[in-house]
Write a protein that binds this ligand. Structure first.
Ligand SMILES: [Mg+2]
Length: 455
């Protein structure tokens, strides 16, 4: 995975050293020697990751980070703070300034590459989601609920065969407000419906193959999105490399510093929750853009997409395709006599009855007003006519609830027109026109019936 990385450090030798390390791994490197320059390059050159020294004269790393995170153009770029060993408390301060990760100087090659890999994977996901936003789905700013979700305490599953290790991890985690679950307690968690956030997986001195477990967690649907943080003794560092290849999110070397553990859990969790929020928003946005709000049926935009898709499939595969145009008889009268509230109520119930009387593969749309259209994939004209007839009967069979202003229940009927796809030369407009012509035939023949042009 190659990427453009901005290295910010006030000392030339540090910049050169980092540049050499990164270029040896085929990253391309941008350099900045102070805060203002870093901000300028971040805006002009759009790096994918920023490695940011904390101690710099003038504007320090914390302030640079704050400014980068405050600007919409640069807020999404992951920032890794570089702190000196003595600045242990400052690591957390970096995260408070909005940093996505931190590394301790002198920077260990292995730690550097594993952080970069994890961040690039994260970038790939968020970039994809942001592109979807750019292509018409508005994600917008996080609301308060979502923002507070990012910092909620987490459920940590500790996988380790040593009771001593578990105890040593449990204490600081629980003191920080997190819940610790061991493998023995995992079943109870499943039952309680609580969600697991992080797996803390010991790689060294285990009685089983921890890499197999890591791979299993990553390929299993239920656990795929979990953050997996592996802990490893220095002499087993190769194992950690393999774990990262298999999808572990982060690595911590033993002996483990509590503060680092907490900070890593926090960054990992914030990241996965951020992705989850984005995903939900994209899904919801997509849904809003294709669903008619009143009836829950698909809107005209989705209808046209699906029609053109199924027409293409039909052309290629030779399977038939039909559409049924459905229109409520005398709907204007319902609105005029009983008001729009009753009208809306009828439209909703009407949609429910149609949905209850089509097959799962049929696509029911409300392109507008009292017009409905059912796309019936892999369905020829005769079959479509009998499906339309079933819908017609379901509507006429029982009166509708007219709401408070109508004392009695409302008799509602529909007319329907069926059209089938005519092959390559056919267009959406032509097929819709044929369906409407058939519908018109049904209306003029006295309503409450189904017609196709051929019939
Ligand atoms: Mg410095």
């Amino acid at each position: 995975m190659s990427a453009r990385i901005l290295v910010v450090d006030d000392i030339l030798a540090n910049r050169r050293l980092m540049q050499a390390k990164l270029e040896a791994k085929y990253y391309s490197v941008l350099l900045a020697e102070n805060g203002p320059q870093a901000i300028e390059v971040a805006h002009s050159s759009a790096p994918e990751i920023i490695l940011l020294d904390v101690m710099m004269p003038g504007m320090d790393g914390y302030e640079v980070c704050r400014q980068l995170k405050a600007s919409p153009e640069t807020a999404h770029i992951p920032v890794v703070m570089l702190t000196a060993l003595s600045e242990t408390a400052d690591r957390v301060r970096g995260l408070d300034a909005g940093a996505d990760d931190f590394l301790t100087k002198p920077v260990d090659d292995f730690a550097l590459m594993s952080r970069l890999n994890a961040l690039l994977r994260y970038n790939a996901v968020t970039t994809e989601l942001r592109q979807r936003e750019a292509s018409g789905v508005k994600i917008g700013a996080f609301n308060e609920d979502e923002a507070s979700t990012l910092n909620r305490p987490v459920n940590v599953l500790v996988v380790d065969t040593s009771p001593y290790n578990i105890k040593r991890l449990r204490e600081p985690l629980e003191r920080a407000g997190h819940s610790v679950i061991t493998l023995e307690e995992a079943d109870a968690l499943k039952k309680s419906n609580e969600k697991l956030d992080v797996v803390l997986l010991g790689l060294s001195n285990q009685g089983y193959d921890p890499l197999r477990l890591c791979a299993h967690l990553r390929t299993n649907d239920a656990t795929r999105a979990l953050s997996i943080i592996v802990t490893v003794d220095e002499r087993d560092i190769d194992l950690a490399g393999r774990a990262l290849e298999l999808g572990a999110s982060d690595v911590i070397q033993q002996p483990l510093a509590v503060e680092e553990l907490l900070a890593r859990i926090r960054t990992q969790t914030r990241r996965s929750r951020y992705v989850e929020i984005l995903r939900n928003r994209v899904d919801r946005g997509l849904e809003l853009s294709v669903i008619d709000q009143l009836t829950g049926l698909y809107n005209r935009r989705y209808m046209n997409n699906q029609l053109s898709l199924w027409m293409k499939r039909s052309s290629m595969g030779g399977t038939p395709l039909s559409v049924v145009s459905v229109d409520i008889d005398h709907f204007k009268k319902v609105n005029d006599v009983y008001g729009h509230e009753a009208g809306d109520r009828v439209l909703k119930e009407f949609a429910e009855r149609i949905m209850a009387n089509v097959r799962p593969k049929d696509i029911v749309c409300r392109p507008g007003g009292e017009e409905f259209l059912v796309i019936m994939p892999e369905t020829g004209g005769d079959l479509a006519c009998s499906a339309a007839e079933r819908i017609r009967r379901a509507i006429a069979a029982e009166p509708f609830d007219g709401g408070t202003r109508s004392s009695s229940r409302l008799e509602v009927t529909v007319s329907a027109g069926v059209a089938t796809f005519q092959g390559d030369e056919d267009t959406i407009a032509d097929m819709m026109r044929r369906a409407d012509d058939a519908l018109y035939k049904a209306k003029s023949a006295g309503r409450n019936q189904v017609k196709s042009l051929a019939a």
